[in-house]
Design a binder for this molecule. Structure first.
Ligand SMILES: [Zn+2]
Length: 462
C-alpha cells in the first residue's frame, strides 16, 4: 500500500491518492496510508504515458553498441573500445559501428586483440560493408566452414576482415539479447509506463527474450508486441500480443492480393493489423487493401508520413487509427523541406486535420529511429517547428492538451479514450513536479518527478 499526497488530479489541487495491490483505490483529502508516502508538492498526477510505436531490440542494441561515427583519430577508437571492454564481463560481445573507412583500413585482428583481449569484438566500418573481428570473436563464429567473404592471409589464417558478411555473421552469433535495462530506465525517466514494440522482425525467440527482460525487471513497462507472424501470449502475461505488422517498401510494394491475404491471416489469428505507411503510395495501397479485406476497429496506419487531403475521408471511413511521430517534425523537418516536394509538405505527419476529421491519432517515438523523448515530441506537435525553427505544415499544430492526449490512450486502444486517474484504475502513473498547466506551457522530460507501474515506483527524480 502506498500514498501519494498533495497532488493535482484532473485539475483538482491538494488531493491524496491511495494505492493498493497495484490499483488506485481512493482519492480524497487527508487520506492515510500505512506504507510509504510520496509528497507530490502540488504537482500533477497523470496516467503513465504510452509509447505506441518503438523498436526495443534495435534501441537496446544501439544503446549497447560503441558508436564510432564521430571519431577523428585512432586513439579515440582505442579509448572507446577499451572502455566498452572494461564495462563488460569477459566473454561479452562488443559491437562497434560507424568506424570511418580510413581508420578501419588500418586495423587488423591483432590490433583489436590488444584492445579487447577477453571479449569477442566486431567492428563495422562506416559503409557497413566491412566487419573486423578479433581472435575471440573468430573463435566463436569460425568453428565450421567459413565463407569466401572472410579474408585470409597468404598462409591461410583468417585476418579478421570480412566483406559483406552480415547474414553469415548474424547466423553464427545467433540471437543475443542486448541489455534492455538502459532502455527500461530511460522510458521510466520519461513517465512512460507502457510500450508497443512495432517490429515486424519479432520472432518467437525475440518475444521470449523480451518476456525475460520483463520478468527480470530490466523492462518494467507493460509491453505489447507486434509481429509479422504468429505469436502466442505467454502464460504469465509478460507481454500482450498486438497487431500483425505489415511492412511496406515503396520500391517493392506488396501485390494487393498478397496484402489482402495477410490481413485475412491476421483475422484468423484474431488480431488487428498495423501497416507501415510513410509515403503516399504506401498509403494508397494500404487503403485499397483494407477496403478489399475489410477493416476493424484497432487497425492502424503507422507513421502516416504523407496523408494527402483527399485520403483523410477514406482513413476515417475505414475507421483506421494513425500512430504518428510528432518528434520527426523537429528531428527530421529540415530534411523534409529539402527532400519532399513543396506540394506534399502540408501532408507530412498530419495531426490536427486527422483529429478534426474524427480519426484516432496516437503518439510514439519510433525509437531508436526517432528520439525517445515524448515531451519534446509533444512540444513539436504543438509548435510544428523544425530543429532550425521553420514551421512545417502549420495547419497541423495541436493544443498542448491534445499533444499530451496522444500518449494517454491505452496500448490496445491508441487514439482511443484518454486513461484517467480514478479509483479502480491501474496505478500506472506519472507524477510531475508542477501543475499540469505549467507543464503543458513548455513540456519537458525534466518535469517528471516519479513514475509508477502497477503501484511500484520505477523512477524517482533524485
Ligand atoms: Zn518503426
Amino acid at each position: 500500500m502506498s500514498l501519494i499526497c498533495n497532488a493535482e488530479v484532473e485539475g483538482i489541487l491538494g488531493l491524496d491518492v491511495r494505492i493498493e495491490a497495484g490499483v488506485v483505490v481512493e482519492i480524497g483529502r487527508g487520506l492515510r496510508g500505512a506504507g510509504e508516502a510520496v509528497d507530490a508538492g502540488g504537482g500533477a498526477l497523470i496516467p503513465g504515458l504510452v509509447d505506441h510505436h518503438c523498436h526495443l531490440f534495435a534501441a537496446a542494441a544501439q544503446a549497447d553498441s560503441v558508436r564510432l561515427d564521430d571519431v577523428a583519430a585512432l586513439d579515440e577508437v582505442v579509448r572507446r573500445i577499451r572502455a566498452a571492454a572494461a564495462s563488460r564481463p569477459a566473454g561479452g560481445w562488443i559491437r562497434a559501428t560507424g568506424c570511418p573507412g580510413r581508420l578501419a583500413e588500418t586495423l587488423d585482428r591483432e590490433a583489436l586483440d590488444a584492445w579487447a583481449p577477453k571479449n569477442p569484438l566486431r567492428l563495422q566500418d562506416q559503409t557497413g560493408g566491412l566487419w573486423l573481428l578479433n581472435s575471440a570473436a573468430l573463435a566463436l563464429v569460425a568453428r565450421g566452414e567459413v565463407p569466401e567473404c572472410a579474408e585470409r592471409a597468404p598462409g591461410g589464417e583468417l585476418t579478421g576482415r570480412m566483406w559483406r558478411g552480415d547474414a553469415w555473421l548474424g547466423a553464427q552469433i545467433g540471437e543475443v539479447a542486448p541489455p534492455f535495462g538502459p532502455v527500461g530506465r530511460r522510458l521510466a525517466t520519461l513517465g512512460i509506463t507502457a510500450v508497443t514494440d512495432a517490429s515486424a522482425t519479432t520472432t518467437l525467440a525475440r518475444a521470449a527474450l523480451l518476456a525475460q527482460a520483463v520478468r527480470d525487471g530490466a523492462l518494467p513497462q507493460r509491453l505489447m508486441l507486434m509481429s509479422a507472424g504468429a505469436l502466442m501470449p505467454p502464460e504469465d502475461a509478460t507481454f500482450a500480443v498486438g497487431p500483425v505488422k505489415i511492412l511496406l517498401d515503396d520500391r517493392d510494394l506488396l501485390p494487393l492480393d498478397e496484402f489482402v491475404a495477410r490481413i485475412a491471416m491476421a483475422r484468423r489469428w484474431g488480431r488487428v493489423v498495423a501497416v507501415h505507411c510513410v509515403t503516399a503510395g504506401e498509403l494508397a495501397l494500404t487503403l485499397a487493401a483494407f477496403a478489399a479485406a475489410g477493416s476493424r476497429a484497432g487497425d492502424r496506419i503507422e507513421h502516416g508520413g504523407v496523408i494527402p487531403q483527399a485520403a483523410i475521408e477514406e482513413v476515417r471511413a475505414l475507421g483506421l487509427t494513425v500512430v504518428t511521430q510528432p518528434g520527426f517534425i523537429h528531428e527530421r523537418g529540415e530534411r523534409y523541406f529539402s527532400e519532399v516536394d513543396a506540394g506534399e509538405q502540408d501532408d507530412l505527419y498530419r495531426c490536427a486535420s486527422l483529429l478534426a476529421a474524427g480519426i484516432g491519432v496516437a503518439g510514439s517515438s519510433d525509437a531508436p529511429y526517432g528520439r525517445w523523448d515524448c515531451w519534446a515530441a509533444m512540444h513539436a506537435a504543438v509548435s510544428r517547428r523544425t530543429a532550425a525553427g521553420r514551421l512545417l505544415a502549420a495547419a497541423e499544430c495541436v493544443s498542448p492538451r491534445a499533444a499530451l492526449n496522444l500518449y494517454l490512450g491505452g496500448a490496445s486502444d491508441p487514439g482511443g479514450p484518454v486513461r484517467r486517474v480514478l479509483p479502480g484504475a491501474a496505478a500506472d502513473l506519472c507524477l510531475l513536479d508542477r501543475p499540469l498547466r505549467d507543464v503543458l506551457a513548455a513540456p519537458q522530460a525534466e518535469y517528471v518527478a516519479m513514475t509508477m507501474i502497477a503501484g511500484n515506483i520505477v523512477y524517482q527524480r533524485g
